[in-house]
Design a protein around this ligand. Sequence first.
Ligand code: C2O
Ligand code: CU
Length: 482
Amino acid sequence: MHLFSSFKQSHRLLLTVVVVLLCLLIGPVLAVESPALSTQNPDTVIKQLTSEFQHALPVEIKANGEVKRFELVAKPTVAGLIPPYQLPIWAYNDQTPGPVLRVNLGDTVEVLLKNELPQATTIHWHGVRVPNAMDGVPGVTQAPIAPGDSFLYRFIPKDAGTFWFHPHQRSAEQIERGLYGVLIVDEPQKPAYSQDLLLVLDDWLLESKNALNENFVSRHDLSHDGRWGNLLTVNSKVQPELTVRAGERIRLRLINVANGRVFAPQLPGLSANLIAVDGLPGQRAVPLQGLFLAPGNRVDLDVVIPSNAGGQTFNLVNTLGRKQQTLAAITVATESAVTTPRFAAPKAQQFPNWNQALNAPINHEFMLDASSGGQYGIQWTIDDLAWPHNKSLSLKAGRFYRLRFNNRSPRLHPMHLHGQFFQLLARNGQAVQEGFWRDTILLQARETIDIGLVPQDRGRWANHCHILEHAAAGMMTMIEVK
Ligand code: C2O
Ligand code: CU
């Protein structure tokens, strides 16, 4: 022991000298090595990120030869949101939500839209990758459809999942009045859920039980997070009740069609897994927690009703804000439990590994802000200009881009890109890996986010805030994919 320790002491000095020398030698090497990724040729980084994307989202989809034809008539009608009151609204085929258009992947969708509204309209297929001419942006991809006119939309959706559609003309008014519907594209191998339930979340700003507040795009809405209503509905009902059986495995599709309200949905007492965001399956199913469902967003949940839950009621609640709100009730029948279907939760067949994406250069930074001016007195701007005065960003199809959104305002902005899916890469410079694709991402006050995408479809695609009042007051620009 003694010998050993004296040996140690006599060598300690030598060892220190060696270590110091080694550090001096290796130091510069290490210093070059660790940030090497950022000094790596950006072209190499972009190439690698682009090749990771290969086959993640199909460029083309093979038509199966089936044509699904629908007719939608947009017109004024009434809705019984609060029975027995009849609220004058606008709707597709006298229903709000409009009819659910359900098709299979590979089907050709044909929708004849007849406009019987007192103003022009269009339909945008939110989240659906369609040919640019079918995207429904008035003055950009098509002329507004005048009252009395009709328009035929025709496309083959490239992805299976939960999508929705709504006007892109005076959206802040038309969507608020009740014009929206759901498009579900079924997977070729449809997972064997016991039930597939749709929950369309909305809020309405009522003057009275039979009158909508018709002060659209108000100064208040513009200086806040858009129009937040005083009546919450799910499928245009107040706290509807869904019935399930113990043991069932349910697919719940949630869509936020509100003009401005953000929801934070939770299902206390039930274990819910997130299987899709904005229509597309993710890298893997993850437990539902801390999720913001911003205007435009969809999520699909995989929920197993416990086999001993007969007779119980679970609530879908909104946990955003000071007071938790009940959105809908899920009541479990008292009948005996069914056997829970067993199958692997849906997930993406290919999901690109973009861990290195923050080493790619930022191709453009969108500055989001407000200023006084414009037709409403307050305008919301992207790069200091309000639509249609700002200029489009040009991107090339088939290569990786990193884009930044910088929210210089103290308000929320759910930014939505038409025609593309993207991944969230970072919040305030901190890497984030959600494992999901998105078409809409919520920016909190003064937040900066980075997204990654590989544009595929050519054309002029809108990039706007999905708080419809902010968009009406200029918060929109175009991304031109060449
Ligand atoms: Cu759902 Cu351009 O919007
Ligand atoms: Cu906004």
